[in-house]
Design a protein around this ligand. Structure first.
Ligand code: ADP
Ligand code: MG
Length: 348
């Protein structure tokens, strides 16, 4: 929200496209033997030997998916990578390479793109992936970022959305709803700032939820943990649109039903208290909020002893025959059909 007037602003026109690409990508190193050729030719060249390859793409559009008034560009670069990697982990695969394509207007100086790429670089280091290419073009208004992530996995370890069976347990990692409530806090502070530009927001009490919104992590650790525990989920998906819509995806693709227990949904105490402050029901937030980037998966009952003592996992329900439908079992033990509230970007 606070713009530093002393910051240098080098117009992109000073560099030209090729110098810009060279400038932004010169520090990136190649770490994987599967990357034979990265940036610099007409196409990258990869070699995965006998592994299967997974590919996933996301497109992020300014003022639809992000708001630069409270999203620093460095965080945006980091988040844009992380949300893609989350899709690769959701296949039980390990990400190895990304491409990054940007469309940028002349509103952005070189320094802004340097910040964006600093965030991208941090993500490539933390998640150990190679940047192997992309495309750079101009846009008339906002910023667009499209990232493609590539990953590898052994054939028999790939986990699809369609493998859940009746009686499988439904398991979620971490806790839900924090990123959505972080966004509510940031939106509120933005409105306050519009009225009084001298106000300095005190985000201290909201550190956890704001961080979940601005700097999410993908659950790389869970893929490793599942391997160590010798658990291969029967189905898996990452939570980007809210628990409810992701459960519906697993159920529809696997042709099963589900009972989800409200009392089991994992919530951080910070989410519970900020929901009280905003007078929003925390279950609704967990079901429909989105951007949690946790993993949601099903396991067969015989694998339950392997995961039950682990604080990373919460069993939140179980799968049933398709005919019984998909329900939330509330604390009062009433049964409410699950609804998908995803695609919220198209509704406003
Ligand atoms: P072409 O004209 O064939 O599209 P470019 O000049 O756009 O090639 O790209 C040259 C090289 O730089 C290619 O390896 C491409 O993948 C890479 N590249 C282009 N834009 C980006 C970007 N924004 N981030 C990373 N790599 C990029
Ligand atoms: Mg190009």
């Amino acid at each position: 929200m606070i713009e530093d007037k002393n910051q240098e602003r080098t117009p992109l026109s000073h560099l030209g496209e090729f110098a810009l690409i060279e400038h932004l990508t010169k520090n990136f190193k190649i770490n994987h033997t599967s990357t034979i050729k990265g940036i610099g030719d007409d196409a990258a060249v990869l070699n995965f030997k006998d592994k299967k390859v997974v590919v996933s793409t996301d497109l992020l559009v300014e003022s639809v998916h992000f708001d630069l008034s409270y999203m620093p560009l460095k965080h945006l670069g980091y988040k844009a990578v992380v949300v893609n990697l989350s899709d690769v982990y959701a296949m039980n695969a390990t990400p190895t390479q990304i491409t990054v394509s940007i469309a940028v207007s002349n509103r952005f100086p070189l320094e802004a793109l340097e910040d964006l790429y600093a965030g991208i670089e941090t993500a490539t280091q933390i998640y150990n992936i190679d940047l192997i290419g992309g495309d750079t073009t101009s846009s008339n208004t906002g910023l667009l970022i499209s990232i493609t992530a590539i990953g590898e996995v052994e054939d028999q370890k790939i986990v699809y959305r369609n493998g859940a069976k009746p009686n499988d347990l439904l398991v979620v990692t971490g806790d839900l709803g924090a990123a959505y409530m972080g966004l509510q806090v940031l939106e509120r502070e933005k409105e306050v700032f519009k009225v009084n530009p001298n106000s300095q927001p005190d985000l201290e009490p909201y550190t956890y939820i704001v961080e979940r919104q601005l700097k999410p992590e993908a659950r790389k650790d869970i893929i490793k943990l599942l391997e160590e525990l010798n658990v291969t989920p029967t189905s898996m998906i990452d939570i980007s649109d809210g628990l409810s819509s992701e459960i519906i995806h697993l159920c529809k693709q696997s042709q099963v039903g589900c009972d989800l227990y409200e009392e089991k949904i994992p919530l951080d105490p910070a989410v519970i208290s900020v929901c009280e402050e905003f007078k929003i029901d925390s279950t609704t937030v967990a079901l429909n909020g989105g951007e949690d980037y946790e993993l949601l998966f099903t396991i067969s009952q015989e694998d339950y002893p392997k995961i039950k003592a682990n604080p990373n996992f919460t069993v939140i329900g179980f799968m049933k025959e398709a005919e019984t439908g998909m329900h939330l079992v509330t604390r009062a033990e009433s049964r409410i059909p699950l609804k998908a509230q995803g695609w919220k970007n198209f509704n406003n």
